[in-house]
Design a protein around this ligand. Structure first.
Ligand SMILES: [Ca+2]
Ligand SMILES: [Ca+2]
Length: 295
């Protein structure tokens, strides 16, 4: 009887933690959807890196007696940002050109066979069965499964691709996305993209560093009041010219705003002893949820 009561209590707390996490998703979705104009999205806006002291939105938000939620993410410099992540600060492995993926891999793991692995990623996702030079795509007979020849449904699916191992995947997973899976192509928001993603666009180390230093403002930190984001692609192009930075090979992918955002919301019930996490990816243009995961 005692055990049964305990289990019932645990189930109740689990359900409460899940509802709290969902409340965080609802809050985050409202904040990002209520921003109507996404021609420019920057890291110092309230959806991305909110000032929780002045305007509590995402950090340890208490809901009655049930518990609390927190919507946050670890920025690549290890600071915790309270808000939503820009999915277009990542590289879309479904739509990015092969050379962009190759540059990301070689930057994050210089010892890897980046060219071959990125070719294998392209072979995996494209419908044809031969490379441009006419050579056959890898057949995966030894692995015991077939090559997909269609788009990735999730990032970890890339682990099935020849040459991709857990070590390399762990290095790149924070910089890749599969959303949008089809349709709108690949865009990279230079206001939110971290250094490895700017490198993947074709910028040098020094130029990628200069871009971040410019957008981050005088304190040198992304996501603070003094940030100076690029207002649109023309402004970015003008900045590059004035700074003497050559246009990168993949300039066509550059954008300054985003349509896709990732929410990671944690619900805490029973004094924080029971935690549930909801991760979702939303399209602000379609107003729809592309991905939803509860754990
Ligand atoms: Ca193929
Ligand atoms: Ca700043």
């Amino acid at each position: 009887m005692g055990l049964e009561l305990k289990l019932t209590g645990f189930n109740r707390d689990s359900a409460a933690a899940m509802y709290l996490a969902e409340a965080g998703v609802k809050r985050a979705t409202e904040v990002i959807i209520s921003k109507k104009d996404h021609t420019m999205d920057a890291l110092n806006e309230r959806w991305s890196c909110n000032n929780e002291e002045a305007d509590p939105l995402f950090k340890d938000i208490k809901i009655g007696e049930a518990g609390a939620f927190t919507v946050s993410y670890l920025f690549h410099d290890k600071r915790v940002f309270y808000g939503v992540q820009d999915e277009e600060g990542r590289i879309n492995i479904n739509n990015a050109p092969k050379d962009v993926i190759a540059r990301l891999i070689v930057y994050l793991d210089p010892a890897s066979a980046a060219d071959e692995i990125s070719s294998n990623i392209e072979d995996w996702r494209d419908p044809d069965k031969a490379r441009q030079d006419g050579s056959p795509e890898y057949d995966y007979i030894d692995e015991g499964y077939g090559r997909k020849d269609t788009l990735f449904d999730s990032s970890d699916e890339v682990l099935l691709v020849k040459g991709m191992d857990r070590g390399l995947y762990d290095r790149i997973k924070g910089y890749i996305t599969v959303y949008p899976i089809a349709g709108s192509g690949c865009r990279i928001n230079v206001n939110t993209a971290p250094l490895p993603v700017l490198k993947a666009l074709g910028f040098s180390d020094a130029d990628a560093g200069a871009i971040i230093a410019t957008r981050a403002g005088s304190d040198g930190l992304d996501g603070t009041q003094d940030d100076a984001p690029f207002m649109n692609k023309d402004a970015f192009t003008t900045y590059l010219a004035n700074a003497g930075i050559a246009l990168p090979e993949n300039m066509g992918l550059v954008s300054c705003g985003s349509n896709f955002f990732r929410v990671v919301s944690k619900g805490y019930a029973s004094g924080g002893r029971v935690v549930k996490t909801v991760t979702c990816v939303i399209s602000v243009t379609a107003g729809s949820i592309l991905y939803w995961n509860e754990e």
